[in-house]
Write a protein that binds this ligand. Structure first.
Ligand code: SAM
Length: 606
């Protein structure tokens, strides 16, 4: 059943319009949700309804709308397989069909009355709404006082060489001659040679097309269905001239009024079941103005169906509906390059593959792999035990931080994107003449970024995989000449580097191994002991990271530093970096290596 309103000047005032013509069966929202099965004329099941949630009476929600009938047999939900079809929801709305060229002006005017749903454009397109302007000009416009019938006859003559009642068909030669005389340059499209002369060159044509698209403000690729939603007109006027025969199947029913390209302005869902006289004044004014201006309306009110697909819904909406009630929906994850890194709780484990699939689906294409940390970090290299739950199994990824690129293999090296801000802060304190010594460098986020600022960097890590990536990343960021790489235990590295000639210029030392770095501070005791006291020494600034669960984390950390250095008078600048767990702080302490420590007698047992 198709119904539409065709507004004509004489039909004013709008309140006199027969309400039933517009939406023959009023279907207010609550009724709509209550219907268990809506049947089409052929008796097929059209929709399955959902139990309405009274608390959610407005806006798109998986608890609202109706489910379209399944297209294929619903499958048992397997591990990690999501029945995407079960997330489709159908909403019925009213829309104004308007000429494409007017849609943006009207959108601005009617803003408060249009559909305002996230990610749904209130200017919608349906298949066949685009009409070649040349065809429109061939038909002419009724505004010019020409009857539609005349337009059709003239169009038929131009396309077929004859119209109904014209008698014999013209001979091809005469026909072409006739055409050549009457057509303007754009009318030669069907005749190759003539078309070549008259067709604007490709570049110009492309430019014109782009301009037209820009005018329309839309991307033609978005016509009809996209991945998140589909708008279809479900009720419109029947009758009128059928131009299908002339223009092809896709124009069936659409071109009867021959207005050219059109767009749908989706009206706010409150107006879904309203008749024209019940629409707000702002909309009625627009309709009236149109009729006055053009002698007959080019606007029509249609009923349409908006289907929202799996891709429309946000991650939390999908997870909420997938997971049993009472289970907290995992909402956050860390990302390292193309990898999403979950930290699932015990209660999530039975659903880990489903959760991972949703995370993957909702964060493509940036996320290609979803992993879960299977146990806390205990090993020396601070690497994580990861289980790949969805996507590709490659844990080698590329991260961009601070304008630098880093290759990382999460299976063998440490990386934490959450420290990016802290690293940035640390780097902001480095100067051109600094020489940096990164004792626990990992794949180089500090060392390599520092190398762009400072004179020289000595970077060390015990993990051979980390050092391999450090080397690769230095080359990738073109700092290989500035960075000298070592693979040693941190304490021995400190001893070795400060025993060498390199020690002279070292101004900054970074010790980012928060679990244990403070224990390595004893490595500085006596580093200059064997050198003459009058020598040219630089006492570097040491930046050491640590965790503290104490009530006064700064005091606690300071105490541990003093103990490690066996020195009471250490003037420390302390900063809280971030809360890593409830009650557990990560801190950064910065201090100048005390002279007493550097020349201390007690050294490490080598
Ligand atoms: C927390 S990570 C920090 C890495 C890097 N600074 C970053 O911000 O990504 C600590 C690094 O210290 C390395 N490491 C652990 N124990 C070490 C030791 N005894 N000597 C040297 N490096 C060590 C680990 O392999 C790891 O790469």
């Amino acid at each position: 059943m198709l119904t539409k309103l065709f507004l004509r000047l004489h039909s004013l005032p709008l309140s006199t319009l027969a309400t039933k013509r517009l939406f023959p069966k009023e279907r207010p929202l609550h009724k709509h949700l209550a219907i268990s099965l809506l049947c089409t004329a052929t008796g097929q099941a059209l929709t399955q309804t959902l139990t309405p949630d009274i608390t959610l009476s407005y806006g798109p929600s998986l608890h609202r709308g109706t489910k379209p009938p399944p297209q294929k047999q619903e499958q048992e939900q397997e591990d990690g397989i999501i029945d995407e079809q079960s997330f489709s929801r159908v909403f019925y709305l009213a829309a104004l069909r308007v000429p494409a060229k007017d849609c943006f002006v009207l959108e601005r005017r009617l803003r408060g009355h249009l559909l305002n749903w996230p990610r749904i454009r209130n200017i919608a397109r349906v298949p066949g709404d685009e009409v070649d302007p040349e065809l429109v000009s061939l038909l002419g416009h009724r505004d010019k006082g020409q009857e539609e019938g005349e337009n059709l006859v003239s169009l038929e003559r131009r396309i077929y060489g004859k119209a109904e009642g014209d008698g014999d068909v013209l001979s091809p030669v005469l026909y072409r001659e006739n055409l050549a005389k009457t057509f303007n340059s754009r009318g030669f499209m069907n005749f190759r040679n003539l078309a070549k002369i008259s067709r604007p060159n490709r570049k110009k044509k492309k430019k014109r097309k782009e301009e037209e698209e820009e005018e329309m403000g839309e991307d033609r690729r978005g016509v009809g269905k996209n991945d998140i939603a589909l708008v279809e007109v479900v009720e419109e006027e029947q009758g009128g001239e059928d131009l299908k025969g002339l223009l092809g199947d896709k124009f069936e029913g659409r071109m009867r009024k021959w207005r050219g390209s059109t767009r749908l302005l989706l009206l706010d869902e409150r107006y879904a079941a309203r008749n024209v006289e019940d629409l707000p004044e702002a909309i009625k004014v627009v309709l009236k103005e149109d009729m006055v201006e053009r002698k007959e309306s080019t606007f029509e009110l249609v009923r349409c169906r908006l289907t929202l697909f799996y891709d429309y819904w946000q991650m939390n909406e999908i997870l909420e509906s997938l997971l049993p009630k009472g289970i907290i929906v995992p909402s956050a994850f860390e990302t390292v390059g193309h990898i999403a890194h979950l930290n699932l709780k015990e209660e999530h484990i039975p659903y880990k593959k489903l959760i991972a699939k949703v995370v993957l689906d909702k964060n493509k294409p940036k996320i290609q792999t979803v992993v879960n940390k299977t146990e806390a970090i205990y090993n020396d290299y601070r690497t994580m035990q990861l289980e790949v739950l969805a996507g590709n199994h490659s844990l080698v990824t590329r991260v961009v931080e601070n304008g630098m690129r880093f290759y990382v293999d999460l299976a063998t090296v440490y990386w934490n994107s959450r420290l990016a801000t802290e690293r940035q802060r640390l780097l902001s304190g480095f100067k051109r003449n600094d020489v940096v010594c990164d004792v626990f460098s990992g794949v180089g986020p500090i060392a390599i970024s520092a190398a762009k600022i400072v004179k020289r960097v000595f970077a060390n890590d015990l993990n051979p995989h980390a050092v391999e990536y450090l080397d690769r990343n230095c080359a990738l960021n073109r700092v290989e000449k500035k960075v000298e790489i070592f693979t040693m235990d941190g304490r021995r590295f400190i001893q070795a580097i400060f025993a060498s000639e390199k020690a002279k210029g070292i101004t900054q030392v970074v010790m980012n191994l928060p679990n244990d770095a403070v224990e390595y501070l004893d490595g500085f005791r006596g580093i200059f002991r064997s050198r003459p006291n009058s020598g040219d020494f630089t006492f570097p600034i040491i930046h050491v990271y640590g965790f503290s669960k104490a009530e006064d984390p700064e005091f606690d950390f300071h105490e541990r530093i003093r103990i490690a250095l066996s020195e009471v008078a250490v003037d420390v600048e302390m900063r809280r970096v971030r809360l890593v767990a409830p009650g557990k702080w990560m801190l950064c302490a910065s201090f100048i290596l005390p002279e007493t420590v550097a020349f201390a007698d007690s050294t490490l047992d080598m």
